[in-house]
Design a protein around this ligand. Structure first.
Ligand code: ATR
Length: 276
């Protein structure tokens, strides 16, 4: 019996209970996935409670992804470098943290567009927050050769360069430089909160110069079809949607906790229905 859950604030609208319930049905694993609404000042006490309640593992969301690291007994080396934890395993009171956001993103992209990771591909990451750090790290590990990062605050983009212990060329651009050079990229990943409802009529850059074979990816999934993805589709580019990253980061977490590998086919559609 796996006792799982999520700590964050707020958590009541989380899709994770739905997703992990489906994973349990799909793998015939017995368990539960509970929401533990936790304000910042309650974090330490909550972790003690979860250990005592013999919870097998839990997810971590806003605003605890960074703060939790100092309370864990061990942090996986990639999560440590990314600087954020979204998945914790409780091994008899010993807590170990992982980050499955970036690797989940890459897995969801590889499922949809395996060619993105063949030959010499160039990627543009828009944004430089926690999500961008995880995705950058995962793209570097996947062997993407050239990566450009564009962010409103340039110094924050430069902060991603300390993740670059593997051989990847990385350049930092402004949004207008990225727009002007858009036809260089085979993959564009939008990681900022721009375009998220209620600001659904915003997009971080214009895609005018995008090439038709380019994959445009947006990690925002509310709305399902962001303004950026609608423009990408209109211009003949390929699109990749944020809810698939949500599903695959959850799949990695579930695998870490239970060792079981849930099937995804029907779930993508079921989640789309919930988000419509
Ligand atoms: P997350 O963990 O979801 O990535 P975050 O760490 O708060 O969240 O990062 C938010 C990202 O969205 C940042 O890249 C931020 O840009 P800045 O570094 O310049 O703050 C970006 N962002 C948020 N609102 C934005 C806006 N209105 N225009 C452009 N970028 C924005």
């Amino acid at each position: 019996e796996f006792k799982l859950g999520l700590i964050g604030y707020p958590v009541q609208h989380s899709l994770s209970p739905f997703i992990h319930q489906k994973f349990m049905e799909n793998t015939s694993i017995q368990g539960s996935y509970q929401l533990f609404e936790t304000e910042p000042h309650q974090l330490e006490k909550r972790l003690e409670e979860l250990k005592r309640a013999d919870i097998s593992g839990f997810n971590v969301t806003v605003p605890h992804k960074q703060a939790i690291m100092s309370y864990l007994d061990e942090v996986d080396s990639d999560a440590y470098r990314i600087g954020a934890v979204n998945t914790v395993v409780n091994d008899k009171g010993r807590l170990k943290g992982y980050n499955t956001d970036g690797i989940g993103y890459v897995r969801s992209l590889a499922e949809a567009y395996p060619n993105v990771f063949q030959q010499e591909k160039k990627a543009l990451i828009l944004g430089a927050g926690g999500a961008a750090r995880g995705i950058y790290r995962a793209l570097v590990k996947q062997g993407i050769q050239g990566i450009s990062i564009a962010n409103r605050t340039k110094s924050k983009a430069e902060g991603l360069l300390d993740l670059q212990d593997l051989h990847t060329e990385t350049e930092i651009l402004s949004f207008s430089e990225a727009e002007a050079a858009l036809d260089n990229f085979d993959l564009i990943v939008q990681t900022t909160s721009v375009g998220m409802s209620p600001n659904h009529d915003e997009q971080v850059i214009s895609l005018n110069k995008v090439k038709p074979h380019t994959v445009v990816s947006d990690i925002v999934y509310k709305p399902l079809n962001t303004k950026l993805l609608r423009e990408a589709a209109n211009l003949g580019a390929k699109t990749h949607h944020g809810h698939t990253m949500l599903l695959y980061q959850a799949q990695y977490a579930f695998e870490i906790w239970t060792g079981a590998h849930p099937q995804m086919e029907s779930l993508v559609e079921q989640l789309e229905q919930r988000l419509r």
